[in-house]
Design a protein around this ligand. Structure first.
Ligand code: UT7
Length: 324
């Protein structure tokens, strides 16, 4: 028997304000046409003044708990993937813990930028399979609108705010790829690529939050190469291959990257959950948002084999193979 981390509930939350591409046209040398054709993005949500990452994350966590039919007191741990925490400390995870009324267990943030949810999920799965926790909430929540340079057209049109969450629960499996739950993970980072995507401020340097800087075309190149590679590696660890995949649930950064990765994996686009048009790039929130929306649309069903893959600043990248 093998202890597996099985999804028991999923949920998401988006800020009310929707920002269409046309809003950028009036103040920047850009166009709806450029943004759509180069990225697939049509709109994104931006948090209201005073609405924080932990507010979004708590709303998503409550939705996931309701979906799971569980209360906050049933959770042993809460892991938040974010790069845009409310404060330098305490962790935004502990703020979500408080907001949802979880007074026991433990909570912490994971910082792996856009790959954060995949890293957090791998950690949660390890906590469960090692017997350290039975039920773990994994949240991805971001307010990237707070770290955008709204004079830089090459970055500010790309990102959005939002949150998604899953509740994982320990279940006994056979130890085969037929089991439900997390079947394999594959994580990587390489700090030599720091300059490609970073925020130019921080506590121990500028003492400010800073703004996002990206060499987009370089990140694009790494994404197309590394995402299919890590997805294949995770599938291989699970004893599976691309032909077994029901859904790719990719990090939603750019439709061209999503399409190129699916093509390299030889998975047709009908088997890819795409939400980038509505959310933009929500960094660590993008995969749990897509899981929740994909389930809501009736795309993801119990027993489906899902591959999640993401790349972000660091560089960090990785994938998780999970049977829903
Ligand atoms: O989530 C973390 C991972 N991040 C990503 O995965 C993002 C990866 N990168 C990308 O998605 C793409 O590289 C971008 C969407 C950021 C850019 O697309 P690209 O096809 O790589 O374009 P580029 O950076 O090579 O720029 C092409 C042109 C440039 O003009 P010139 O130098 O050819 O005259 C840019 O200045 O497009 C210009 N440009 C824009 N034009 C209109 C850049 N941003 C804009 C804009 N509107 N918003």
């Amino acid at each position: 028997m093998t202890l597996r981390a099985v999804v028991r509930g999923v949920g998401h939350h988006l800020p009310a304000r929707v920002v269409p591409n046309s809003e950028f046209e009036s103040r920047l040398d850009t166009s709806d046409e450029w943004i759509r054709t180069r990225t697939g993005i049509e709109r994104r949500h931006f948090a209201a003044e005073g609405e924080t990452t932990s507010d979004l994350g708590a709303a998503a966590a409550r939705a996931a708990l309701a979906d799971a039919g569980l209360a906050a007191g049933d959770l042993d741990a809460l892991i938040l993937a974010t790069s845009t925490a409310d404060l330098t400390f305490p962790s935004a995870a502990t703020m979500i813990q408080d907001k949802i009324g979880m007074t026991g267990g433990f909570a912490f943030d994971v910082q792996a930028v856009c790959a954060g949810f995949v890293f957090a999920l791998a950690n949660a799965s390890a906590l469960i399979s090692s017997g350290q926790a039975r039920r773990v909430m994994v949240v991805g929540a971001e307010t990237f609108s707070r770290i955008l340079d709204f004079d830089d057209r090459s970055t500010c049109v790309l990102f959005g705010d939002g949150a998604g969450a899953v509740v994982l629960e320990a279940a006994e499996g056979e130890g085969t790829a037929r089991d439900r739950g997390v079947l394999a993970t594959d994580l990587h980072s390489d700090g030599r690529y720091r300059e490609l995507l970073y925020v130019d401020g921080g506590v121990s340097t500028t003492r400010t939050a800073g703004q996002l800087r990206m060499q987009g075309n370089q990140v694009f190149r790494h994404a197309v190469e590394k995402l299919a590679e890590t997805a294949h590696a995770a599938l291989e660890k699970a004893g599976l291959n691309s032909g077994d995949v029901d859904w790719i649930v990719p990090h939603q950064a750019n439709l061209r990257i999503i399409t190129a990765t699916a093509s390299r994996m030889q998975v047709p686009m009908e088997r890819v959950v795409v939400t980038v048009q509505d959310h933009g790039n929500t960094s660590a929130a993008s995969i749990p948002l897509a899981l929740s929306v994909g389930r809501e649309r009736g795309q993801i069903k119990r027993g489906d084999l899902i591959v999640m893959e993401a790349i972000g600043g660091g560089l960090t990248w990785g994938s998780v193979v999970l049977r829903w």
